[in-house]
Design a protein around this ligand. Sequence first.
Ligand code: SF4
Length: 638
Amino acid sequence: MDGFGGTTLRINLSTEEIERTPTDPEFARSWLGARGFVSKILYDEVPRDADPLGVDNLFIVTTGVLTGSFCPVGSKVGFGCISPATNGHADSSMGGHLGPELRYAGYDLIVMEGIAAGPTYLYIDDDTIELRPAGDYWGMGSLELEKRMKKDLGDDFQIATIGPSGENGIVFSCITHDFGRQAGRCGVGAVMGSKKLKAIAVRGTKSLPVHDLDSMYKLTYDIIQRTKTHPNMAPWQKYGTAFFVGWSNERGCFPTKNFQETYHKDWEKIDGERLVEDCLVSDKACFGCWMNCGKYTRARIPGKPDTYQEGPEYETIALVGGSCAFTDINHVAYANHLLDDIGMDTMSGGSTVAFAMECYQRGIITKDDLEGHELRWGNIDDFEHFVRMIAARRGIGDIFARGTKGAAEALGRGTIDFASQAKGMEFSGYDTRWYPAQLLSYCTCDIGAHHSKSWTITTDIELGRDTIEGKAEVVIYLQHIRPLFDTWSCCRLFWGELDVTPEEHVDSIKHLTGWDVTLEECMRVSERVWNLNRAHFIERNGGPGRKFDVAPARHLDEPIPGGPAEGKVVGRENFEAMLDDYYANRGWDEDGNPTREILDDLGIGYAADNLEKLGFLGKPIPGGIPKVRGRELKPKAM
Ligand code: SF4
């Protein structure tokens, strides 16, 4: 099969059975890869009452149709499971080299079930596949272990690891690879740990069959020549995503002190320029990338050992740096290293500590809860001690190991009002009170609040930040186009920042596979995935769907106290009106339940049957479902 590794693996970790089957071409075309594969497999195979950290959950490692190709750029690999943070579909991707290596070993998809008898790692060396004892690897930090395994197995193995956080089931645990690339969101590292799987090591030496190599080469060559001089190339190469700190701060959406504020007065001490001047060691890139947005850095803090890490990138600076109110980029970089090695998502991890810092500020938790320590804004020692309490689930750390929603539910006292999360996953690094489309994006997102599925800050600016008009339609368009890159399994930044068009990506797929595919077909797959995930979430958690599309009180009611967005807040009425608009434009009923018409139209009528049995199938919409779902905002919306 052109464009693919050709083999799908099924591994039962309990029985150690390994099954190889040819990747099904029809399945591949219908779901396109990574996020799409995960959506369909989880929906079909995971019992609705399966505990996310139990034996019945699946753990999926998957490539997409573009993984391993030079279409800009097929660097990604996806992980899927039911999320312990949201109890819904989880897909999380990362760059680096693991995905291409897996393809070059001949594998498109690995579906793992069961739980290993003891700590284990998966070893793949082309046709050799083994489950090996993880022995003394268990308990090691992610970064430390990757180094050790490179030494033990050889530098040419690509390795993904979890840290102690994943072993201990912290719901925001990540998977780490390439010394700083993470599949960070949804708690995929906790599910990997629940399977007793400490690491995955892959070496692949085969090649990928390409349908039309000359056309593929020409297209890629032209794209490289054109993008080299794109005006965004220089700042991205110099600072990576960190250059975005000032931009976001000036626009009043930079989370500060757990989203109490949206403007960090000391932002210049933690921005991209400071990072480059104080910490940069070298640039770093994923497989096949000529944009090298990765920044390999050194953090120096008197009294602590120097640390080396990739990052911090924007989201980490926002949710660790801004939200925990740090004022020194070395402290943010050190915190980045700590979270990476311990195996926590820097986004949810930073947010959870920031939430705890606000609890401490308000006297809801005290030194008595913190083993005699404090939890002060911007204090790296307090930050480190508390992170270690969470990772080991010591004392009150056990409560915060559940994330901000779980912790707020356990703490009570109105803390849920200032937990910036949706469906159990913490907001990305953008405040929403002057950005209603971003609030809608977070609260309707199928994996919990995450900007990668719909980032609308520029949309809100273009359409007007004080209006809700037209926002729902654009959010829907973005919720289809952006996750498409996760499904194709390639880096989204070439589209978002360098104007490589989605059509050019589709042309790459054509040249790779020989399929007569169109962008319209791909967008339809993306919409199918979104709707299947919605049905799955309702089936697992009960309905109606609307009851899960909930915004935190802070983002609805609490005006921003100062800075460029002073006084701004979305308001409950506006939020509910946006939801009405969103459901109508999606072809769902006013309760947020998908209708049979939309599910049939997308070829997933079986989900309508399941929802009907549960009493959560959407009521038919008078006049039928909209023909066009979602609207692209011209000239450009990212
Ligand atoms: Fe990786 Fe950055 Fe290149 Fe994307 S632009 S492939 S994230 S190095």
